[in-house]
Design a protein around this ligand. Structure first.
Ligand SMILES: Cc1ncc(COP(=O)(O)O)c(C=O)c1O
Length: 387
C-alpha cells in the first residue's frame, strides 16, 4: 500500500467547526431530539418555484452539456442588465464571469492575482474560507482585527496601517459574514483610493447584496471599474445548492480568468445557469422582496430578544441574516457554550472560533434563517439554560 502524503499546505487549512456542530445537531435530531437551527448560513426558503421550473425545463430541453467557461451569454447579459436596472451602471457583459458559486469566483481571483508570498488583507472576524483561498495559491492571508468601533469593517486607515511591501490585495465584504454590517460608500471609496495608490487590487464580496434592511444599497462597481466584485445566486436568490455565482472583473483580467476557468471548472452547471436567468424576472423579484422583508422582521425580533438575555450587540446589523453577539457576560468560552447549548437545549449556533482569532471566545453567531416562532422557542430554551 502506498504511503499517504498529504501536501503541506493542508496544514494551514482549518475545518469549519460549524460543520462538526451541524453533524452533531443532525445526530441528535436522528435520535428524536428537537433542534432549532440557527447555525446554518443559508436561507430556509427554497428556491422560488419559477426558477426551479426553469431549471427543469432546461434539462428537458437537453441543456445537459458544458457551456462556455465564462457562462452562457444570455446569463452574462442578464447580470449586466440587472446592474443597470438596480444601480444605473453600464457594464460590458464581457466583464461578467459566471462561476460555481462565489466560492469559484474567489478561487479564480486569488489564483489570477496573488503570487506566492504576497499577502491579502481581510477582516477578523470574517468569512473563514477567504484565508484558505489565499493559502491555496501560496499567498499569505493577513487578518486585521476589527470591532464595533468600525462596524466590524475595514477602514482606509486600518488598510494603510496594515499595508506592507508584500500586500497584493484587500478583500472586504458588505454586508459581511459573520456580522451583517455594511461599509458605507464613502468609506469604500477611501479604501479604493488607498488600495489603488499602493498599486494593489480591491476585491469586494457583495454576496449578501439584496439582503439589506433600511440602508441604501450601492455596488462597488459604482466606485471604480478596477474593483473585483463578487456575487452569487446563493443567498438573496435562495439557490445555495445550485452552485452558481459570478464575478465582475476589471477588463484587463478577463482573459486570464477565462483561461483559468476553462481549466479548473470547464463550465458551471448548464441547467443552473438557465434557472438563474429566471431569477432576474420581475415576478421572481416580488417573491425575493417579500423574503427580504421576512428577514428584516426576524432581525427586528432577534436583536432585542438576545439583548434581553444578556447578549451584547453593539452594532445592529443592516444586512445578511446574521447577528454577531458578544456573550462575555454569559460565558468566557463561546465554543463550550455553543456545544453545551446544543446538547442541553437543542439550539444550534456558531461559535466565534469559526471566524478568526479576534476574541472568538467572547462571540457567537446567530443566523436568523428560521421562523420567528422557532426563534421564540430558541430564546425560551436559552433563557432556561442560562438561568
Ligand atoms: C461572505 C461570503 N462569501 C462567499 C460565500 C460563498 O458562497 P457561495 O459559494 O455559495 O456563493 C459565503 C457563504 O456563506 C459567504 O458568507
Amino acid at each position: 500500500m502506498s504511503q499517504t502524503c498529504i501536501a503541506q499546505r493542508m496544514g494551514q487549512i482549518v475545518p469549519f467547526y460549524v460543520m462538526e456542530l451541524l453533524a452533531r445537531a443532525k445526530e441528535l435530531e436522528a435520535e428524536g431530539r428537537s433542534i432549532i437551527h440557527m447555525e446554518v448560513g443559508e436561507p430556509d426558503f427554497v428556491t422560488p418555484q419559477m426558477v426551479i421550473d426553469a431549471g427543469k425545463a432546461a434539462l428537458d430541453a437537453g441543456y445537459t452539456g458544458y457551456t462556455a467557461a465564462t457562462g452562457i451569454p444570455e446569463l452574462r447579459r442578464a447580470i449586466a442588465e440587472n446592474y443597470h436596472r438596480q444601480y444605473g451602471i453600464d457594464l460590458d457583459p464581457r466583464r461578467v464571469i459566471v462561476t460555481p458559486g462565489s466560492s469559484g469566483a474567489l478561487q479564480l481571483i486569488m489564483s489570477v492575482i496573488v503570487n506566492p508570498g504576497q499577502s491579502v488583507l481581510m477582516t477578523d472576524p470574517g468569512y473563514p474560507c477567504n484565508k484558505n483561498f489565499v493559502e491555496l495559491v501560496s499567498g499569505i492571508p493577513v487578518t486585521l482585527p476589527v470591532g464595533p468601533e468600525t462596524g466590524y469593517q475595514l477602514t482606509a486607515r486600518l488598510i494603510e496601517d496594515g499595508w506592507t511591501d508584500a500586500t497584493r490585495a484587500v478583500i472586504a465584504a458588505t454586508p459581511s459574514n459573520p456580522t451583517g454590517t455594511l461599509i458605507s460608500q464613502k468609506e469604500l471609496t477611501h479604501i479604493h483610493q488607498i488600495v489603488s495608490t499602493r498599486g494593489g487590487s480591491l476585491i469586494v464580496d457583495e454576496i449578501y447584496q439584496g439582503l439589506v434592511y433600511g440602508a441604501k444599497e450601492f455596488t462597488a462597481l459604482s466606485i471604480a471599474d478596477d474593483i473585483f466584485v463578487i456575487n452569487s445566486f446563493s443567498k438573496y436568490y435562495g439557490m445555495t445548492g445550485w452552485r452558481l455565482g459570478w464575478l465582475v472583473a476589471p477588463e484587463s483580467y478577463v482573459d486570464s480568468l477565462d483561461c483559468l476557468a476553462q481549466n479548473i471548472f470547464l463550465s458551471c452547471s448548464a441547467p443552473a445557469q438557465y434557472a438563474g436567468l429566471k431569477a432576474f424576472g420581475t415576478d421572481c423579484r416580488e417573491i425575493l422582496e417579500s423574503r427580504r422583508l421576512s428577514f428584516q422582521q426576524r432581525r427586528d425580533y432577534l436583536v432585542p430578544a438576545l439583548q434581553e438575555l444578556g447578549f451584547e450587540i453593539p452594532v445592529v446589523p443592516e444586512g445578511a441574516f446574521y447577528l454577531y453577539a458578544n456573550c462575555s457576560t454569559l460565558t468566557d468560552d463561546s465554543f463550550a457554550f455553543a456545544y453545551d447549548l446544543l446538547e442541553n437545549q437543542g439550539v444550534a449556533i456558531t461559535p466565534g472560533k469559526d471566524f478568526g482569532t479576534n476574541k472568538p471566545q467572547e462571540h457567537v453567531r446567530f443566523a436568523y434563517t428560521t421562523s420567528i416562532e422557532n426563534m421564540k422557542e430558541a430564546m425560551k430554551r436559552i433563557k432556561h439554560y442560562i438561568s
